[in-house]
Design a protein around this ligand. Structure first.
Ligand code: PGU
Length: 458
């Protein structure tokens, strides 16, 4: 624009002006308003250039801290050490430590290409075939909650987006109600409730002495919470501890939640990925639904179908009548519309195609078992190798008792820093390691790193 000249003819604040460009001739700009950032209309009606201002009105924006989980991946990428190992993010890797696209997903995508499917907007609630498939996977197709149409299901932006939509719903319809979250929990839960304006507090969950579940503490804290709180529960493979209640303990948790008129809010991010069985991993949710309780369940297909970046999941609200389900669904849609309008189609079609085709469905189950099996193998090898190398007599059996993608090592912040700074093992500061990012070949190296950090760093 260096060679652009303004025609300084008298113009009114909103009149049409033109600019003469010495190379291209006259350019018609149309109507200019007073708020225009580059041109200012002076009171006498003349137009002048405004000098660029050096200070930014965004100067008050401070630097956000790196994300405790996704920030670890960034640090890993930046490291040039050849021994580096990324055990931060919960994302499945092959034995060669490469990301994995499921064969069944590739098949479903090929089908979609062959059919020449379009990219029209989905309805606000998402793809109908997906919503039906996802609710049936969760509860079982024969479950009364499905048969009686008592579930309001809305496709969400994976687990996170589904949790966030539910949190917005809680804030709107249950203002002031508290969310109860486990201590510890997946780091983003707190952010989700904070941003949605839902107050939260923690219930005891992890007992560092036994490296197991603090069941008494958990029950006491759920009991002590204000009546009508939303109790966030991990459906299976608790993140970060890998410690789940037993079936008997789940019954007792359901008892106290019912007693206190609380509303269970399940986060199911690992269905089929924890045990290798979709049904076994949904047992906790089904136990609550079988009691006729109203509950919320957020689902994710990031892990079990490896659809991390497709952002596919759902929020399900189980209600006591189909009529209430219709109304709740309408309000979830109302919340979604100004947030993101409607969800993406690609992942939804993948899930619907796989679940809707018996051959693809059984292929998926086999691949899920394979992934869960690989994680179990490295879990065992890590345990064996720690036992063989550590002569201190420390009991490492907690590693085998934990399930799912993670192991909660019990390493403290300073020890995890030693893991990263000295051993180039990238992990979250809470002591969690993602076994999905480990292979058999690196188990011995990891054991050396853990033993050194545990015994030589306080
Ligand atoms: N809920 C739990 C318990 C999770 O562990 C995760 C993912 C999610 C929900 C959300 O996953 P979506 O991809 O949004 O469906 N936790 C992983 C992934 C990294 C992250 O923090 O988002 C983790 O490493 O803990």
């Amino acid at each position: 624009m260096a060679s652009t000249m303004l025609s300084l003819a008298s113009v009114s604040p909103s009149s049409s002006i033109s600019i003469h460009d010495t190379h291209k001739g006259k350019i018609k700009l149309g109507s200019l308003e007073r708020s225009n950032l580059f041109l200012k209309t002076e009171p006498v009606g003349r137009v002048s250039m405004v000098a660029a201002v050096n200070t930014s009105r965004f100067d008050g924006v401070t630097m956000a801290p790196p994300d405790p989980i996704l920030g670890v991946s960034e640090a890993f990428k930046a490291s040039t050490n050849e021994k580096k190992l990324n055990l931060g993010v919960g994302a499945y890797r092959t034995e060669e430590l490469q990301p994995y696209v499921l064969t069944v997903v590739k098949k479903a995508e090929n089908l979609m290409l062959q059919r020449g499917e379009n990219k029209e907007y989905l309805p606000i609630e998402g793809l109908a075939a997906f919503n039906q498939a996802t609710a049936e996977l969760l509860f079982g197709a024969d479950n009364p909650v499905i048969k009686e149409q008592r579930v309001a299901t809305v496709q969400g932006l994976s687990g996170t987006g589904s949790l966030r939509l539910a949190a917005a719903f809680i804030e709107r319809y249950f203002p002031g109600a508290k969310a109860l979250i486990s201590s510890p929990t997946w780091g983003n839960h707190k952010n989700i409730f904070n941003d949605a304006g839902v107050p939260w507090s923690e219930y005891r969950y992890y007992d560092p002495k036994t490296v197991g579940l603090d069941f008494e503490g958990m029950i006491a804290d759920i009991k002590a919470a204000p009546e009508g709180s939303f109790v966030l529960l991990h459906g299976c493979a608790h993140n970060p501890t890998g410690i789940d209640p037993t079936p008997d303990q789940w019954e007792k948790i359901a008892d106290v939640i019912q007693e206190k008129n609380h509303i269970p809010f399940f986060d199911v991010a690992y269905q089929g990925f924890a045990s290798g069985s979709l049904d076994a991993d949904a047992a906790s949710v089904r136990l609550f639904a079988a009691r006729g309780m109203e509950l919320l369940v957020a689902q994710s297909y990031s892990k079990n179908l490896g659809l991390y970046a497709e952002r596919i999941g759902a929020i399900n609200v189980v209600l006591t009548s189909s009529d209430t389900a219709v109304r709740v669904k309408s309000q979830l849609k109302r919340l979604a519309r100004p947030m993101y309008s409607n969800p993406p189609i690609h992942g939804a079609k993948i899930v619907a195609n796989i679940v809707g085709d018996p051959t693809l469905f059984s292929e998926w189950k086999a691949e899920m078992e394979m992934m869960a099996g690989r994680i179990k193998n490295v879990r065992q090898k890590l345990f064996d190798s720690l036992c063989a190398k550590d002569k201190s007599g420390k009991d490492w059996s907690f590693i085998l008792k934990q399930i799912g993608m993670f192991s909660f090592t019990g390493l403290n912040k300073t020890q995890t820093e030693n893991m990263t700074n000295k051993w180039h093992v990238f992990m979250t500061k809470d002591g969690r390691i993602s076994l999905a990012g480990l292979n058999l070949a690196k188990c011995e190296y990891l054991s050396d790193a853990i033993i050194d950090s545990y015994h030589n760093v306080s």
